[in-house]
Design a protein around this ligand. Sequence first.
Ligand code: SF4
Ligand code: SF4
Length: 150
Amino acid sequence: MSVDKFWLTTALKDMTHEQWESLCDGCAKCCCVQFIDDDDDLLMQTDVSCRLLDTKSLACTDYEHRTSKVPDCVQLTADTIEEYFWLPDTCAYRLVAEGKDLPDWHYLISGDKQLVHKKGHSIKGKVISETKLTAEEVEDRIISWIPLSD
Ligand code: SF4
Ligand code: SF4
């Protein structure tokens, strides 16, 4: 299969809307609840998914209104992508912003949208929805910490 690797030849800011949207591999790692600890200057990531995420399909159940319903939902743009250091290192937007190729399992290369799940690069089967937890229980489910500054 011949693949048009447009992400290697087109800057994020020059991509069409379709090209931009197609980069997302559907991993939903960016749809997990995160906190910032002001004392330690750390970003704390949890294995709790946003209340709007369908944990089976990993689709946002109200993508159109997501930023009004979930004010913390970050809308990625080409102008601000470099600020999103917290995106997973497998995220296509982060990879392309860093001048890297997409991984072989990405559906734009493999042609298989399920491969991201089969290879374990998505949150499928690894998270619980915040709708099933109290705020205190969510805070107990921190799985990693990222320093916000050096
Ligand atoms: S982390 Fe990146 S590739 Fe994964 S769902 Fe979020 S935007 Fe898409
Ligand atoms: S609102 Fe939708 S896109 Fe935003 S974090 Fe939640 S599930 Fe993901």
